[in-house]
Design a protein around this ligand. Structure first.
Ligand SMILES: [Zn+2]
Length: 106
């Protein structure tokens, strides 16, 4: 008896250092899943590969927000990026604000 060939996608397990969320992906290409993190006041934050020692922090925006539509956390504080720090380096997810403009006809 022969069994049909089965291609098994690799299973990646993910955890978050700031909350209890976990995730499993089956993707061969390099990727990083994100989640809405309760530990970072609802910000969209990257997962970290399970077993990896890492720190994920939100960086507050310190300049004047003005009319920009900046990303804010669950407490309304403007956040400019979420930074993951590992022993091997850093990753940065930039939360780019949207500028706004109005036009007037003459
Ligand atoms: Zn989280």
């Amino acid at each position: 008896m022969s069994l049909p060939g089965v291609l098994l996608a690799p299973e990646h397990h993910w955890t978050c250092p700031n909350c209890s969320a976990t995730h499993v992906t089956r993707e061969a290409r390099p990727h990083t899943p994100f989640h809405s993190c309760r530990g970072l006041r609802g910000l969209t934050a990257p997962f970290v590969a399970a077993g990896t020692k890492a720190k994920v922090e939100a960086r507050e925006r310190e300049d004047y927000v003005g009319a920009d539509r900046a990303a804010v956390d669950g407490e309304g504080r403007p956040v400019m990026s979420v930074v993951t720090t590992r022993d091997t380096g850093q990753d940065c997810a930039v939360l780019a604000p949207c500028a706004t403009a109005t036009s007037e006809r003459e």
